[in-house]
Ligand binder design. Structure first.
Ligand SMILES: Cc1cc2nc3c(=O)[nH]c(=O)nc-3n(C[C@H](O)[C@H](O)[C@H](O)COP(=O)(O)OP(=O)(O)OC[C@H]3O[C@@H](n4cnc5c(N)ncnc54)[C@H](O)[C@@H]3O)c2cc1C
Length: 442
């Protein structure tokens, strides 16, 4: 057998597995169906326009992703433009700011707590503090129980004020994971903030200074190749090859079979389901097939001048837009103006064509006081149909471990079980877990 391991999928999870195993002198083949690496953290050219999977924020308390980047000679501060606050935009001329970096920008942080009184009074602020304190306690003590609540149900249970729900909880919920607060699991919501409690000095978020394939994915890929890793892009895996109930290889869409002692399936959940459906083991197959999924849609608009002075994340409650940001000062420095938008409730828009989605976005921006009509040079709609497991309440139990019951098969990816849910950090952690399992198998 030529390879110790075949890694299917060159997103952050697959790249982590491939690089770490190559470093340990294993013979590794990494495959991806796309012509570029990075998966949902990629940047690429789409019909003459440079685009990305969707704007991403690096959270200062991520540990494993920065460690990995350091190993492949990437200095975090060289690739990140840190932001000190986020905007909440409720409508025309109705907006306020939230400090997000208590140690790096204490004045901005305190100002947003003491100020913003037109939107949140003392009672609202106290109810928000209570909501977070009780949420963190429940996350630690009764995580399973907490997963039975949506964020909204949990907020109502603890009598969080209407202002706080409308101006803080709603925009954070759709802004962080595109899901409305009546669906988003309270466990997963608090779980994302919980690590911040122990890393408060590191708390801040940052935009990437460059396309994510360039600044994140390619440096890992290059190091993998340096350690004799083999890569095949534009190569789609159709199914798994089995022998005596073991997975022994993969079959490509051109029917070619490649064999290895271990297969790490580091594909997104939508494609994992497709590949797994070729397996005969119905128990394992059914476990994977029943994982509930959801989508993401990003709209990226090239403009003749910046829409906003600063590149900072803006969250919007009660809008078809979950969040948006100007990117001409950070990720797309060659653009005169570039706004990247993430839709709220994306599954609702899957049937709409690109023109319809663009019109929806323009009218939503207009309601927020932002008229882009005379500024638009070009736009693209980037769809990630069913590529996320659904972070709604009561779904956490469906997430599988990286170790499977099928010999020769290991899973990796942001949907597999680890504490950082659907994030870049989670993808890397899942990859590190998969590495340990493969090493044990070998
Ligand atoms: C719009 C948007 C905004 C986001 N914002 C943030 C953020 O701010 N912060 C954050 O931490 N995370 C964010 N995320 C989440 C983050 O991007 C993902 O959690 C992470 O990239 C998942 O990595 P992965 O390796 O698990 O999966 P993926 O990146 O999806 O990688 C899977 C790979 O498998 C390949 N593949 C699939 N099927 C096949 C096949 N049959 N054969 C060969 N290859 C195949 C795909 O091409 C892909 O490259 C965001 C995601 C999106 C879409």
């Amino acid at each position: 057998m030529k390879y110790d391991v075949i890694v299917v999928g060159a997103g952050l999870a697959g790249l982590t597995v491939a690089y770490k195993l190559a470093l340990k002198k294993k013979k590794v083949l990494l495959l991806d169906k796309e012509r570029f690496v990075g998966g949902r953290t990629s940047s690429f050219n789409d019909k003459q326009m440079n685009v990305e999977a969707g704007f991403h924020r690096h959270i200062g308390y991520y540990k494993e992703l920065p460690k990995l980047l350091k190993e492949v000679n990437v200095n975090l501060n060289d690739i990140i433009m840190w932001e000190m606050d986020s905007e909440i935009r409720i409508g025309k001329n109705k907006k306020f700011y939230m400090g997000i970096a208590p140690f790096y920008a204490p004045y901005t942080f305190l100002k947003s707590i003491i100020g913003n009184n037109d939107y949140l009074n003392i009672k609202d602020k106290l109810s928000l503090s209570k909501f977070f304190i009780l949420g963190f306690i429940d996350y630690k003590i009764h995580p399973k129980k907490l997963d039975e609540y949506s964020i909204l149900a949990y907020a109502k249970k603890h009598k969080v004020t209407t202002n706080t729900i409308n101006y803080i909880i709603k925009p954070l919920s759709t802004g962080i994971f595109f899901l409305p607060c009546e669906s988003y699991s309270a466990k997963l919501f608090f779980g994302l903030f919980y690590p911040a409690l122990f890393s408060l000095p590191k708390l801040r978020v940052g935009a990437y200074k460059g396309g994510m394939s360039e600044v994140l994915a390619k440096p890992i890929l290059n190091e993998f190749i340096k350690y004799n890793g083999k890569v095949m892009l534009n190569t789609k895996v159709e199914s798994l090859v089995t022998k005596d109930k073991q997975v022994v290889g993969i079959e490509l869409d051109n029917k070619k079979k490649i064999y290895a002692k271990n297969i790490v399936l580091a594909t997104d959940i939508f494609n994992t389901k497709k590949i797994i459906s070729s397996l005969k083991d119905s128990k394992f197959k059914n476990t994977i097939l029943r994982i509930p999924t959801t989508s993401a849609i990003s709209v990226q608009i090239e403009l003749s001048k910046p829409l906003m002075k600063k590149d900072r994340v803006t969250f919007t409650p009660n809008s078809d837009i979950a969040s948006f940001t100007e990117e001409s000062h950070s990720t797309f420095k060659d653009s005169k103006g570039r706004v990247s938008i993430i839709l709220a409730n994306p599954d609702k828009f899957l049937k709409n064509n690109d023109d319809e989605i663009f019109k929806i976005v323009c009218s939503s921006l207009l309601k927020l006081g932002l008229d882009i009509k005379d500024l638009v040079l070009d736009y693209r709609v980037i769809r990630h149909e069913h590529k996320f497991y659904n972070l709604a309440f009561n779904n956490d139990k469906y997430r599988p471990h990286q170790k499977t019951k099928i010999k020769g098969l290991v899973l990796a990816g942001d949907y597999t079980r680890q504490k950082f849910y659907a994030t870049m950090e989670g993808a890397v952690i899942s990859g590190l877990n998969a590495v340990k399992i493969v090493e044990d198998n070998l």
